[in-house]
Design a protein around this ligand. Structure first.
Ligand SMILES: Cc1ncc(COP(=O)(O)O)c(C=O)c1O
Length: 455
């Protein structure tokens, strides 16, 4: 596997100079390779938030100058993010807490008798919120084309109502897998959904930080993502898309901000007129810093240029994959195969190693932060490993002999702020651990593998 040259420098992020102690002695700069969980804040985002902080004020409420400034900032952030997502003119953009919150909001806004279609490969945030709908879980496809065919078949088979037509239906699909990093054929799935009278929501939690997302070009009905994976870790997320279901739904939270008018009735109760705008689902004091930070990240990524960012990330992906390919004990997990386009999220298992042990050694002996486990996508990891993810391995004791099935996996993930040195250190560390073994002893504590410092 050949590795091309990087085209641009990493974007400045917070924490790039942070040093961490090694269990073997000394310190190293921390290599944050868990971007898929939470990415570090862009320096630009931090600077924008710091510059705004003294002007912070209540949104939509106060008569004072700073309240008005903060309200403008919040509403401008909404416009900036809608532009970033290339939303339609009549779409609504609701600021939420996260992708999970966005999808739960949409789940609460489903029309009566809505049928939901979701692949078993989804992150639990996409898999689980539909508890009040009839859900069809689709089997893991092995190619993008098979994903489209599976969806088409399921939609064609769906229940016909007594009136003879189809009821409302929603497809929920990820743009990029949080386990394999593989890109899903979103445009084709959207076309299939629409051809069968269904709507589609895109879980862009792992896509938006790595690729431009155009609601109009992909022709999706909604898109959801989180600020903390988009270099803006200030507690906000986004749900953007069609206004009708959102407008017709009960407010996600009942309270101030969502209500336009509240009156006492003669019988002693209260009548409420709810807003029909995004405010309907943003009750309570909005997280203006969260919203502003997402807008700042959107601007920073757009200005840096996704062409360059994607090219740089592909260079890092090739570097990691080429390095791992040199280690026969490593198996990279994939649904769609080696050639599938992907973002900088790579999961793997190492023959003879407990994944938790391996990840703990990467941290304690090399200062590298990755993630191990099932990545909130149990059915997908079960399919990829062919094992029962409920089972627990014992740290320190190899969980799987060479050729046997692993119980969980290791995930390395990176993005716009990742320097070459982090992925180079990671590849060298994997090779050294596999060849020489861990230099330290580890034990299980509260279900986690930790260095044994008792001796
Ligand atoms: C694909 C995907 N969807 C949804 C989520 C949930 O995001 P959050 O935890 O920010 O709600 C994640 C988080 O890892 C994810 O990877």
């Amino acid at each position: 596997m050949s590795v091309s040259t990087a085209v641009c420098a990493p974007l400045p992020v917070l924490g790039r100079d942070v040093t961490v102690p090694l269990v073997t002695g000394g310190e190293v700069t921390y290599a944050a390779l868990d971007y898929a969980a939470s990415a570090p804040a862009l320096q630009r985002v931090w600077d924008d938030v710091a510059a705004y902080a003294p002007y912070y004020g209540s949104v939509h409420r106060g008569a004072g100058y700073l309240s008005q400034l903060s309200t403008d900032l919040f509403e401008n952030a909404r416009r900036t993010v809608a532009e970033f997502l290339d939303c339609r003119a009549d779409d609504q953009l609701v600021f939420t807490r996260s992708t999970t919150d966005s999808l739960n909001l949409l789940a609460a806004a489903l029309p009566a008798d809505c049928q939901v279609f979701v692949f078993e490969t989804e992150h639990h945030a996409s898999l689980l919120p539909w508890k009040n709908a009839r859900v069809t879980y689709l089997d893991a496809p092995r190619t993008p084309q098979q994903a489209v065919r599976t969806l088409e078949r399921a939609l064609a088979d769906r229940t016909v109502s007594i009136e003879g037509g189809y009821g409302p239906a929603l497809v929920c699909v990820t743009g990029a897998s949080n386990v394999t990093g593989e890109l899903w054929p979103v445009r084709e799935l959207a076309a299939a959904a629409h051809a069968h009278g269904a709507r589609i929501v895109l879980d862009a939690a792992q896509l938006a930080p790595h690729h431009p997302v155009s609601v109009q070009d992909l022709d999706v009905d909604w898109v959801a993502f989180s600020g903390h994976k988009l270099y803006a870790p200030f507690g906000s997320g986004v749900l953007a898309g069609r206004a009708d279901w959102l407008r017709e739904a009960e407010p996600y939270l009942a309270g101030g901000g969502a209500s336009r008018k509240v009156t006492r009735r003669e019988d002693g109760g209260v009548d409420v007129e709810w807003h029909e705008s995004a405010a309907r689902h943003e009750a309570g004091s909005p997280n203006v810093i969260g919203a502003y930070s997402i807008a700042s990240a959107c601007k920073a990524l757009t200005e840096a240029g996704f062409d360059d960012l994607v090219a740089r990330e592909q260079y890092l992906i090739e570097k990691v994959r080429a390095g791992l390919a040199e280690v026969p004990e490593v198996r990279v997990l994939s649904l769609f195969g080696d050639d599938a386009p992907r973002v900088g999220v790579i999961s793997f298992v190492v023959d003879g190693w407990n994944s938790s042990h391996f990840a703990a050694a990467l941290s304690a002996e090399y200062g590298i932060g990755v993630r191990d486990g099932l990545f909130c996508a149990h059915p997908l990891v079960r399919t990829l490993l062919g094992s029962d993810p409920q089972a627990q391995g014992e740290c320190g004791a190899p969980e799987a002999a060479p050729g046997e099935k692993s119980l969980n996996a290791i995930r390395v993930s990176f993005g716009a702020g990742t320097p070459d040195e982090h992925v180079e250190r990671f590849v060298e560390a994997v090779k050294e651990l596999v060849t020489d073994g861990a230099k330290w002893n580890y034990r299980t504590e509260d279900g986690r593998c930790v260095p044994d410092t008792s001796a």
